[in-house]
Design a protein around this ligand. Structure first.
Ligand code: PEP
Length: 248
């Protein structure tokens, strides 16, 4: 039985005081039994948020890591650094990292390996831009992202992976995929896992939807059979909105 997951992605937002206040508010939320809550936090606030959330059910994610363990990579953060401060997850392959920082599937495969080796769990993002959706080639587009970024892993390694399907045309735009569009694509992704790893692995995989999730649409999106929760950007910055999404 898969649990429901509400993951927030704060991106490059919040001052220290705002980050701490938000972490405190979310730590105080009564989280349903079968639900996991993850906060995707800027590097500089990870330790503070980890401390604030200690003792609550809230897990903490970094938003990126480097593919090497250490070395002369000025300004970068490695996966072992993150586990050394007890970070639980890392978000990899977000469309903003792919677009603005040139992260391709091969690099992401190396980052996934580095994260898992260090003991992090990975939220792996995939999703197509608008022109690909309009051409109706989104299924093969996402399949290539997963095949090249993720499907080199062993079946056992998949236990530490969450997939987030985030159609780029829905991220930060206020346009949400319909519940049918979300369900169809999540089913396609689950079928891809089944084709590569078998039905058991596919049945266990948590697949989150991301793209303008709000309190008003979370219930119907999360109610779809293959939607196991959400990766939430803008609405995770407001305690009241993210609380409502957790409860949905
Ligand atoms: C995201 O960036 O992962 C995201 C889904 O953003 P938003 O919820 O703001 O669309």
């Amino acid at each position: 039985m898969r649990k429901k997951i509400a993951a927030g992605n704060w991106k490059m937002n919040n001052t220290k005081a705002e980050a701490e206040a938000l972490a405190k508010a979310i730590s105080a939320v009564e989280i349903p039994e079968d639900t996991e809550v993850i906060l995707g936090v800027p590097f500089v606030f990870l330790s503070a948020v980890k401390e604030i959330t200690a003792g609550s059910k809230v897990q903490v994610a970094a938003q990126n890591c480097h593919q090497e363990e250490s070395g002369a990579y000025t300004g970068e953060i490695s996966a072992p650094m993150l586990t050394s401060i007890d970070i639980d997850y890392v978000i990899l392959g977000h469309s903003e990292r792919r677009e603005y920082f040139g992260e391709d599937n091969a690099l992401l495969a190396a980052k996934v390996d580095a994260a898992l080796k260090a003991g992090l769990k990975v939220i792996f993002c995939c999703g197509e831009p608008l022109n690909i959706r309009e051409e109706e080639t989104h299924v093969s587009y996402v399949k290539k992202q997963l095949q090249e970024g993720l499907f080199h892993l062993s079946e056992a390694a998949l236990d530490d992976i969450i997939i987030a399907y985030e159609p780029i045309w829905a991220i930060g735009t206020g346009v949400t995929a319909s519940k049918e569009q979300a369900q169809d694509m999540h089913k396609e992704i689950r079928d891809m896992i089944a084709a590569n790893y078998g039905a058991t692995a596919a049945g266990k995989m948590h697949i989150l939807y991301g793209g303008s999730v709000k309190p008003g649409n979370a219930t119907e999106l999360f109610g779809q059979e293959d939607v196991d929760g959400g990766l939430v950007g803008g609405a995770s910055l407001k305690a009241a909105d993210f609380t409502a999404i957790i409860q949905a």
